[in-house]
Design a binder for this molecule. Sequence first.
Ligand SMILES: CC(C)(COP(=O)(O)OP(=O)(O)OC[C@H]1O[C@@H](n2cnc3c(N)ncnc32)[C@H](O)[C@@H]1OP(=O)(O)O)[C@@H](O)C(=O)NCCC(=O)NCCS
Length: 266
Amino acid sequence: MDSVDVTLDSVWPAELRTDRLHLRPVTSEDAPLVGQLLTDGRVRAYLGGPLPRERVAARQAAYSQTAGHWALVRVTDDQAVGLVSIGPDHRCEGRAEVSYQLLPSAWGNGLGREAVNAVVRWWSAVAPGGGPVIAVTQAANTRSRHLLESVGMVVLDEVTEHGARQCLYSPGGDEDDSDVRWVRLIASRLDEVERRRGAQARATVAGRRLPEDLAALSPEEMAQLCPASHGAYGRICARATDHAPDLHLGRAPDGEWIAWRTSRPV
Ligand SMILES: CC(C)(COP(=O)(O)OP(=O)(O)OC[C@H]1O[C@@H](n2cnc3c(N)ncnc32)[C@H](O)[C@@H]1OP(=O)(O)O)[C@@H](O)C(=O)NCCC(=O)NCCS
């Protein structure tokens, strides 16, 4: 599996069309749209609030220069009404994250749903080597959650980030698909006990205490906690034995229990 960046670069620039939208790469001419979205209190209500001017300028520049950012152009009037982005998920190596934001004037018409659906399908079809795709949204962001569920995505995991409960969504689908089996395993939380108690107990038995404050550990100390290379990206695998090649259960740098998938050799 290639990294998300490599896969994205190999298929970018990409244009997508839906019934009512034209998704085209963001250009420098979209700076006013980007600025409007990043400073709007309604759009930013579940995204940490409006951004200060200097951060807006940085993103205006970055969006048009980086693969994975589309402007959503409404075909009826040729107006750009929002953005959808896809890029590496910083929580999980080899996983892509899709995000989206529309001007409030365009809400309530199913345009967000149409765009996100197109991007999720495009990623699976055009970039199968790019790994699974997720979307992360605050648990309290009912519009966004409704959108994701309406395109067939299911809750994969929940974590606390930026001081708020966040839901990680991933596409549901064919039971034979290994990605989906993984999604279901997590979604159904069959491993809840293992994640919250058993993993810690096994690590203790093996003499590998899972510290509360992972951020205080050096990379060397992290590597010692696990015989495999699971300290990568600041995550600690809670399994002292029975490593699965793909599925890991452990703790993220913020101390949250987390499940992740990786193609790294273990
Ligand atoms: C999240 C966000 C894109 C959702 O926008 P939205 O317009 O509410 O979402 P949808 O595209 O799913 O449209 C929803 C409504 O459009 C209407 N709709 C659906 N399909 C339609 C169609 N084909 N024609 C007309 N209307 C339609 C329906 O009323 C639908 O609501 P319902 O499913 O309850 O019946 C928007 O709220 C937003 O930009 N929020 C700020 C950014 C954000 O929080 N992003 C999430 C984290 S990345």
